[in-house]
Design a binder for this molecule. Structure first.
Ligand SMILES: [Zn+2]
Length: 238
């Protein structure tokens, strides 16, 4: 779990509206985590190894949208499995006022951002901040039994290139949710983030991953950059 027992280093930061951002203790990778028996099983994954584990232990991942109590929902599941894999530092923003002036700095601190916000205006803001900071972004979303996922790296199609207008049916929380689907999407998002910061396997860059678990239909169409994209195009404002 991400909120765990005391630790000498404040490795998890949670931002909530109203009170100042709180820094919570968290069980996390210790400096020698890559050699810990805790990770024995994943260390044997072909192409993973000690070098990937070391990169995870040194990484900072920001999760934008981590559920009411830090667990549950897409972001909560993602954060749980990022911590379980040995990510060294997690920054959780929830419910969060993304207009907080600290947010751009927190994003710039991160090696990757996982976006599980439940409305398009906030997703666009996270997308724009990541593009401007050159920070990779994992976009994860769900709707009933459907899951959507994409990995945005600098120079690749961004969220706004692929979804330029959002979906009014989303607001406020206008889409149906099955918790097991949200957890599945969160685990998929965590996997993509681990691949990027750990430097193993092939992240879903330049593709939109769409899974309908109603009949377990998986599609990964290619995405394309929009040359006029207001977030990543040449006309975007810094
Ligand atoms: Zn774009």
């Amino acid at each position: 779990m991400v909120t765990a027992r005391s630790h000498s280093h404040p490795r998890l930061r949670s931002m909530c509206p109203g009170p100042p951002a709180r820094i919570l203790p968290v069980q996390a990778a210790r400096p020698a985590a890559e050699t810990s028996r805790r990770f024995d099983r994943q260390l044997t994954i072909p192409g993973f190894g000690v070098s990937a584990q070391r990169r995870l232990s040194q990484a900072t991942v920001l999760v934008a949208g981590a559920g009411g109590a830090g667990v549950g929902g897409v972001g909560g599941a993602a954060a749980t499995y990022l911590a379980a894999a040995g990510v060294g530092r997690l920054i959780l923003i929830h419910p969060g006022d993304l207009a907080d002036p600290a947010v751009p700095g927190l994003i710039a601190e991160a090696d990757i951002v996982v976006d599980a916000r439940h409305n398009f205006p906030e997703r666009y803001l996270i997308n724009r901040l990541c593009v401007r900071a050159g920070v990779p972004l994992v976009v994860a979303a769900m709707n009933a039994t459907e899951a959507y996922l994409m990995v945005v790296r600098p120079g690749e199609p961004c969220l706004r290139c692929v979804f330029p207008e959002g979906d009014p049916a989303w607001e406020p929380l206008g889409f149906p949710v099955l918790g097991a689907i949200a957890g599945t999407v969160g685990c998929l998002a965590a996997t993509e983030a681990l691949k990027v910061v750990g430097g193993f396997a092939e992240p879903a860059v330049g593709r939109l991953v769409h899974v309908d678990l109603w009949d377990v239909d998986l599609r990964t169409p290619r995405t394309r950059r929009d040359p006029a994209c207001p977030d990543c195009g040449p006309g975007s404002t810094p």
